[in-house]
Write a protein that binds this ligand. Sequence first.
Ligand code: ADP
Ligand code: MG
Length: 670
Amino acid sequence: MPPPENKISPLKNPVASLWGVGSERAAQLARLEIFTIEDLLLHRPKRYEDRRHFRKISELTKDEAFTALGKIIALGLKRFRGGSKSVFEIILDDGSARLHCRWWNLPFMENYFATGDDVFVFGKLKEIKPRTMDHPETEVIEGGEESFIHINRIAPVYPLTEGLPQRWLRGLIWRTLDRFEPQIAEPKRAPDLKLFPTRANALRMIHFSEELTDVEIARRRLALDEFVELQWQIQSRRKIFETNAKGLPCGGDNRLMKPFLSRLGFKLTEAQNKVLREIRADMNGAHPMRRLLQGDVGSGKTAVAACSALMALESGFNVALMAPTEILAEQHWRNFARWFEPLGIKVELRTGSRKEKKSEVRSTKDEQNSRSHFALNTSHLIIGTHALLTSGFDLPKLGLVIIDEQHKFGVAQREQLVRKGNYPHLLVMTATPIPRTLGLTLYGDLDVSTISEMPIGRGKIKTFVRAADKLAKVFEFIREKLAAGRQAYIVYPRVEDSGAKELKAVTVEFENLKKLLAPFRVGLLHGRLKPAEKENVMADFRANKIQVLLSTSLIEVGVDVPNATVMLVENAEAFGLAQLHQLRGRIGRGAHESFCILISDARNAEARGRLKILEETNDGFKIAEADLKLRGPGELLGREQSGLPKFRFGNLVEDLELVRQARELAAKII
Ligand code: ADP
Ligand code: MG
């Protein structure tokens, strides 16, 4: 839809205001989410039938659906099993051959056909002798003045709902288009009409095109309008925000940063430093920071988060850090406490399971006991899961909010947290390299920094896809690595045995592997354990008291144990590519060479091809693009990410160029 017009367009009127649309039809249209005249004009055909050229019945095949046209020479309804089952059949003849069309258990189909009717059918053959189709799409040709809408042209075929005839809907759209064409205005910021058809023309072409090639031209124009509308919303939200919100002075003065960096144990990479300069400029800026930090797994985002936190803490503000899982929150708490405690900064952990037990809220050091000469600095760092959002969390002087692994949070949650404070700076970190179309759509309101290089001195990760009959060999290999002092993760798709044989369950395998891998010690981690149990297992693994950690995808994000160099994933086909890449990111964190072994018996070529991508590349960006193509945006981001708008014409997998153009057009309006 175009940006709002000054006067209300007649296209916003309800469909029921159209001639011929009574309350029953309006209710049917509503089921298709058609409420206004504009919705009707934007109802997208699901396919097109070229009714200028159709197949002879004798040329129909079993492989591909085609349109044919024939006359009904016989029809009948047969009931059997005492009348509870039925088959209705018509026989069409077009001079070349006869075609039987059958509908099972839909006796009312009888009402729609009569001998002598000319009928379009669309489908593929079920049987060749005699030529038979089951449940084909059909449309009876009726004479009369409107017949030109339906035959001898490329006819649109629309998604329907029960009781709504194709022919009726096509006629309605034709008449509505004719009558309202002059009111279809160009939006405020129209694209270059040398490159795109007008909106009115595009709508005509999407419904009643002269040539099939026009359909894509029209789709692109209508998709662009959708993207402009969305970008306009995103950018105006940001604009309003910038005029209303003043940035808190959080640039810092390096007095904590200097000692922190000198004790960190490594030098920041140039990529990390560059990103930190961008962050510092934002935190010194007139408006609150809104920044997305992208960096592949293992690129060192945590250290950047720590430095950003120190800038705010040095400036006398508090900081909140949110992570998607308790394990990750706990791990961050451990690291940040170790880093910040000597600087006199209090680091608190608050997670969902701790909330009830307030007394257990841990701080690394009582302020009174702090002997640090920074003790005057009473700023806090609070670390938690998204439970922070619901716990009535209210931190005074909140200067910076850091959200780790953003792809696990919804857009709405992000907004919610920020509203708790007085427009703190916001740093959102993600390891899933977000394909650009999605990035511009979901995070269009954020500035983006990318950590483009990995810290040096990392061991290589080798990835192998193997069939399950190689498992014995794989375990032999793992034992070798364990004997050399390394540790391993083994990941399964399920927690418990569900009876479904195809997917292995971690609790079942745990019993087997304890014996198989002895004397090495095996630990078990999954979402149904109590938080304290999870913490203990992680602590044991970190301390190398456990050499092998069996887990579900729970360890997907953030977990950092550099001595672990083997990642074995069973039933790998059950995971998404981006998810497997995340899992693989758990290894290759130290100097030793690492090995990721993906076990899959997936027989279909597509599933195997998918896994091969991981064998071929370690580039998270390429993997995310491949995942987006294979599984679509909803799957890639997970259910939680409901912030994605529905597009009728836009396609986030393919329309990167259009999204870019839309962004520019929207920027010009604003
Ligand atoms: P991610 O970006 O996936 O969150 P982490 O922040 O967990 O990655 O960093 C991965 C590992 O790399 C950690 O063990 C961290 O201490 C280490 N690391 C981070 N930055 C550097 C650096 N500049 N040089 C060497 N090691 C680094
Ligand atoms: Mg991380």
